[in-house]
Design a protein around this ligand. Structure first.
Ligand code: UD1
Length: 337
């Protein structure tokens, strides 16, 4: 019996594969390598001593994916595969809806056909839109501000409808806050294409001298130092949440939703300082206008995940920055092999 990990060579997927392998789970990766590299498999083998079984396939190619279900006894799915860049989704909405929704529908149809009716889905705190207050609980109203977020919310709703139609399904929705950091080995980490959009990849490139200066998007928010506050979570903690969610899905039918964050917010300037301390390098920054669509404060109430999944974040902001700095140091240009 194997777990199918879609997007298993990506940032969060690869870290989850390490944890699953460590827990002696049998797994199969499917990834189209559109935003990741095949050498991640070598790195995974270096870390775990075991090369994961891998299919290069696109979820949009249902026939190709059906082969995976025919050749393996798939019991459950952890579904990471999808486009994830907010700005790109605004520019190319059709591409985002087509890829994220059709890929997920193909996957769910195959899961239903082959009786693999357990899924852990990567959702995002983006489904809370502009939250009315913080910390954010799972029962807050849902809305979105861009097509990427809309695909996450639509997939949550598709999965909820599937559970209504067929009580055999088990669905655990994980709503991630801001995943950062890297594996402590320095062998796997985040490798964004081109100039990073997210804060930490940008900060690490400025510290390494690859980018000149960080623009801090706004210092007039209603936060202690005026800069945006987010709930950063170590990617290894996040990976572990998937194992807890899978265990839960194996034991419970129906759908449930869990925030995956630390419950603590850090401002952009606090992050800059933490990264400087961790890396021993200077991060040049300047204050710039607010980024359209940004909110001042966003952090989780992570109590439900603790109560129901037995999961809580263990790593602190220093761990996150030290591990990211190590990844950056060991892989100055990301995955190049
Ligand atoms: C962003 C996405 C969100 C997605 C998440 C995934 C937007 C508007 N939101 O969230 O939908 O789920 O990434 O990780 O893109 N910042 C700077 N300078 C920079 C980059 C960021 O000051 O160059 C600030 C932002 O204003 C924000 C904080 O850093 O206050 C974090 O930004 P970012 O890493 O992009 O994450 P989110 O905006 O929280």
């Amino acid at each position: 019996m194997a777990i199918l990990v879609t997007g298993g060579t990506g940032f969060i997927g690869s870290h989850t594969v390490v944890e699953l392998t460590g827990a002696n789970e049998d797994l199969v990766i499917v990834d189209n390598l559109s935003n990741s590299k095949e050498c991640v498999l070598d790195r995974l083998e270096q870390i775990t001593g075991k090369r994961p079984k891998f299919y290069k396939a696109d979820l949009l190619d249902k026939d190709e994916c059906e082969k995976i279900f025919k050749e393996n006894d798939i019991e459950s799915v952890i579904h990471f595969a999808g486009f994830k860049a907010v700005g790109e989704s605004v520019a190319k909405p059709m591409m985002y809806y087509h890829n994220n929704l059709m890929g997920t529908l193909n996957l769910c149809e195959l899961m239903s056909k082959y009786g693999a009716k357990k899924i852990v889905f990567s959702s995002s705190a983006t489904v809370y839109g502009l939250p009315k207050s913080v910390p954010i609980s799972e029962d807050f109203p849902l809305s979105t501000t861009n097509p990427y977020g809309e695909t996450k919310l639509m997939i949550e709703r598709i999965l909820a409808d599937i559970c209504v139609s067929d009580p055999e399904w088990s669905v655990a929705i994980l709503r991630y806050f801001n995943p950062i950091g890297a594996h402590p080995s320095g062998l796997i980490g985040e490798d964004p294409r081109g100039i990073p959009n997210n804060l930490l990849p940008y900060v690490s490139k400025v510290a390494a001298g690859k980018l000149e200066c960080l623009s801090v998007f706004g210092n007039d928010y209603d936060t202690p130092d005026g800069t945006g506050v987010r709930d950063y979570i170590h990617v290894v903690d996040l990976a572990k949440a998937h194992l807890c969610a899978l265990k839960y899905a194996r034991e419970h039918k129906g759908i449930d939703y869990f925030n995956v964050g630390t419950g603590t917010g850090y401002s952009v300037l606090e992050i800059v300082k933490a990264y400087e301390e961790a890396s021993g390098k200077k991060v040049n920054y300047k204050i710039a206008p607010r980024r359209p669509g940004d909110i001042g404060e966003c952090y989780a109430n992570p109590e439900k995940a603790y109560k129901m999944l037995g999961w809580k974040a263990e790593k602190n902001i220093k761990d996150m920055c030290v591990d990211l700095a190590r990844w950056q140091e060991m892989n100055p240009d990301g995955y190049t092999d």
